[in-house]
Design a binder for this molecule. Sequence first.
Ligand code: GLU
Length: 302
Amino acid sequence: MKIRTLAAGLLVGALALTACGKEGTPSTGTGDTGNAAAAPSYTVAANVSVPGSPTFAKMQSKGGVTIGVKDDQPGLGLKDPTTGKYTGFDIEIAKMVAAGLGFDESKITYKTVDSGAREAAISNGDVDYYVGTYTITDKRKQQVSFAGPYFQAGQGLLVRKDDNSITGKDTLKGKKVCSVTGSTPIQRVRDQQLTEPGNIVEFQKYSQCVEKLGTKEVDAVTTDDAILKGFAAQDPDTLKVVGEPFSEEPYGVGLNRDDSALRNKIDDVLQASLDDGTWQKIYDSTLGKSGSTASKPTIQRY
Ligand code: GLU
């Protein structure tokens, strides 16, 4: 275990330092993911060609890739305000895909794009592709396309730890429920009338909802369980995730609707990562650190 930690440390430098915090701690068996929690490094593919992909041609001519991401979702896509560095499961997937397309980390420009701005950012070409808790839906497929899914989440609820009145989606009537503009969870709250229209509070970012939960201006935050668990882990004394997931949120890599060549190529890269263990390493080094497990998704080509 120690050798593995050392090797990982040499490979990924500072990132591994966090994992090395556990160095010297005896392994406690299979449940202990702490020692193995360094993110993998990715082999940058050489001589990549994606015939018929306008987006890939653009990436090649500018010599880099612009990836849309989230910046306030712990464990998934989080930007450190001091270093400007992005971390999380989605960021690793973004990097791994870039490597598969022939771009190393130094050629990546991350652009924060919140939920309500994704379709426009992708179709305008502001980002070459998007990796940020982006659920594949038929409605969105009218404007963009999706490689993947690369993860399966489900809608959940985050509440204050001392609140025992909210236990699931059918206990939200009369409660102020916060979610994000342009997201599938806020749409579901409306469609299923989980609370009254006047009790739905809407922001651009989930971190804004979580802040209002703390100040008791809202009673619950709803979105994907993976996102909510990240916030709860940051503040376990005051926040908790409750109830069972009540939707299916398969995450896709968003890209231009007409660029099926790039979509197929990214599906190939995702499939290879599922087959060769890279996907599992990414999971274990990010979302899996909390002890959660996840089953591998099945890529759905179309
Ligand atoms: N996965 C959901 C969606 O795509 C919620 C998370 C988000 O807003 O990014 O809308």
